[in-house]
Design a protein around this ligand. Sequence first.
Ligand code: CDP
Ligand code: CDP
Length: 219
Amino acid sequence: LVRPQVIALDGPSAAGKGTLARRLASHYDLAHLDTGSLYRAVGRRILREGRDPKDATYAAETAANLQPVDLKDPELRSEATSQAASIVAAIPAVRANLLAWQREFAKAPPDGKQGVVLDGRDIGTVICPDADVKLFVTASPEARAERRFQELQAAGANPIRRAVLDEMASRDRRDSERATAPLLPADGAFVLDTSDLDADAVFDRVVAFIESKTRPRRA
Ligand code: CDP
Ligand code: CDP
């Protein structure tokens, strides 16, 4: 069996990272860490406390003191939290304070797993630069906004197409233009544009890529 030990998966919002990461984790029996949830948890706690996400000192402290319960906040996926997450994610000290935890997860996977898949923005570039497999999934802003729109509708919300696209563009811009760990494909990453691919097709192509590149490892 060919099984990678560390898969680094990056890409913009609604590129399909979470969907792909969960399938890869199940296929290769890996632990999965959605690193965006860490930034979301920091952003959400700051909003809940009525503080300003741009306050770098406070955001860094919040990241350093993040508690497991913060990762269970029901508002973690709200639009306000998404924007706050990308604001705190541009603060270098916030990133630094979340780094050790992510590396530790990759080094010592929970639940007796032999490997990990981490998804986010800087996994292949900063968190796990030695990953066996680096993937970068992307899609046009229109395709990604349409996916988010469909998700919101399916959840019973009444989204406005233009607003979904604008909010996504503002987060894309912040995540790509920040000085620290901007969204970028890692050197050697397999880059896949998923605009015209469904989740099954993406999974098949990525598995074919992994099989073509990984060699069986000695345990
Ligand atoms: O984690 P990320 O924000 O990158 O995306 P996601 O939450 O995994 O996927 C966003 C939405 O796109 C979900 O509703 C998926 O079912 C859908 N989708 C996908 O994941 N992959 C495709 N190739 C096409 C659609
Ligand atoms: O699901 P979606 O792709 O929309 O967002 P996410 O992966 O949950 O990430 C939320 C925000 O956290 C992003 O917009 C980034 O600003 C930040 N983030 C980051 O900077 N680095 C990561 N490794 C993961 C997320």
